[in-house]
Design a protein around this ligand. Structure first.
Ligand SMILES: Cc1cc2nc3c(=O)[nH]c(=O)nc-3n(C[C@H](O)[C@H](O)[C@H](O)COP(=O)(O)OP(=O)(O)OC[C@H]3O[C@@H](n4cnc5c(N)ncnc54)[C@H](O)[C@@H]3O)c2cc1C
Length: 396
């Protein structure tokens, strides 16, 4: 698909983490970049905007995912230097399960994968869990471990810092610029048309519009699915038990539909969220959390984290994930629409891969080899939308 022209004039649609990282890499390679965002970075509707995102390399038996995440953890660890903001917190990751040790289960398989990679974890039983992480003393817990390699990133702040970095590299960021559609001519995509009617020409259009991708590129709707996942920000009465050492980022039954969360941040707020089949929502829907999800949170706290029972819910929202039908990202040129490249499908776990996401999309555009490209290449959609939804799509 790559023509002889260089540098390319590239328009990127959507300044979430997929778009910002790609624009940054491509600008550093000398291309001319315009990054269009319907709101402001970080946009509150973006999946990339939140108090925090878990950065973990624990991925069950998925060795590709584990080693991609492993290399990203290394990048996150040095991110304060190249991002210019201390947004990453290397607090480790606590994996908890209500099931006993199960061969083939997420806990066992993650440990095996990590051992093969030479990454040691600390196995936990009830007594060691209660001693090391007392907030979990009452949890209905049967198996788990602590992985010191991992942590969490202040997602909204990281996105904003990455956008500043991209602008510093020459990206022209245009906020309040909603793309209404693609501009096609002669069987190829030649640019985009804004809601204002303005037309922007481009040699390549990269769509990184998250849950809006299927609307802008309707022929991807059979392979993409978006649902809302409830997220809560809590303010405990006493924050002492929830600082990162005693209460690191955690997930309970992450391989299935489950709960996960983050430690207290510097504003005295912690995050608890549920990742499962999700709530069906249109991208235009309000992001109000249904009362049933709040009830489910209360009953989860009651049985697993009673120390949080009196905590005030400081904020709540539905955060929209965009998932492919097989759960893998889609980062490739559209074979039937020359000029068009798509990078999406982060589901509930895309943020951690930010240090590689832009690289992969840029290598697609530049036609360069990349060890991860094949996994995320254009492919036939898996049968049946929603198949990827049950019991849980790619979790945080
Ligand atoms: C509840 C929840 C929890 C998660 N937890 C984790 C986690 O712990 N760890 C992890 O690694 N990942 C996690 N993820 C996944 C991760 O956040 C996403 O995979 C990632 O942020 C998706 O980024 P994106 O750039 O594809 O989409 P988005 O962040 O949604 O960005 C798309 C951007 O495009 C813009 N846009 C849309 N349409 C247009 C248009 N027409 N014109 C111009 N701009 C447009 C939007 O405003 C938005 O800014 C979680 C996701 C959710 C929802």
């Amino acid at each position: 698909m790559l023509g002889p022209m260089w540098p390319l004039n590239i328009v990127v649609v959507g300044a979430g983490i997929f778009g910002v990282t790609a624009a940054d890499v491509l600008a550093r390679r000398g291309h001319r970049l315009t990054l269009l965002e319907r709101g402001h970075v970080p946009d509150p509707r973006a999946a990339s905007t939140d108090l925090g995102r878990i950065i973990r390399m624990d991925a069950g038996r998925d060795t590709t995912c584990a080693s991609l995440a492993d290399s990203c953890v290394t990048d996150w660890e040095s991110s304060a230097a190249w991002l210019g903001e201390p947004v990453y917190h290397a607090d480790g990751f606590l994996v908890l399960s209500r099931r006993g040790p199960t061969p083939g289960g997420f806990v066992q398989e993650s440990i095996r994968t990590l051992e093969r990679m030479g990454r040691a974890v600390r196995r936990l039983d009830r007594a060691t869990l209660a001693r090391s992480f007392p907030a979990w003393a009452r949890a209905d817990f049967a198996d788990g471990y602590f992985n010191p390699r991992g942590g969490w990133v202040e997602a909204g702040a990281a996105l904003a810092a990455w956008a500043r970095r991209a602008v510093g590299a020459g990206v022209r960021l245009r906020e309040e610029s909603t793309v209404a559609g693609l501009w096609e001519r002669g069987g190829a995509v030649r640019g985009v048309v804004l809601a204002s009617g303005e037309r922007l020409e481009a040699d390549r259009v990269l769509i990184t519009a998250g849950s809006e991708t299927a609307r802008l590129v309707p022929w991807t709707s059979s392979r993409l699915d978006s649902v809302g996942q409830p997220v809560f920000h809590l303010m405990p009465v006493d924050g002492t038990p929830f600082h990162s050492r005693a209460f690191p980022p955690w997930a309970l039954d992450i391989g299935e539909a489950g709960w996960y969360g983050l430690p207290l941040n510097r504003h005295g707020v912690l995050k608890i969220a549920h990742h499962g089949a999700g709530v069906a929502m249109d991208p235009d829907d309000r992001r109000t959390v249904p009362a049933s999800c709040v009830e489910r949170l209360r009953s989860f706290l009651e049985s697993h984290l009673p120390v949080l029972n009196g905590a005030r819910i400081a904020a709540q929202r539905l955060c929209q994930t965009t998932e492919t039908t097989d759960g893998d990202f889609l980062i490739d040129a559209d074979p039937e629409h020359p000029g068009l490249v798509i990078s999406t499908g982060g589901g509930g776990h895309g943020f951690k891969f930010a240090p590689q996401l832009g690289q992969i999309a840029a290598d697609v555009i530049d036609g360069r080899p990349n060890p991860w490209r094949e996994r995320f290449a254009w492919r036939r959609p898996a049968a049946g939308l929603g198949a990827a939804r049950t019991p849980a799509p790619s979790a945080p």
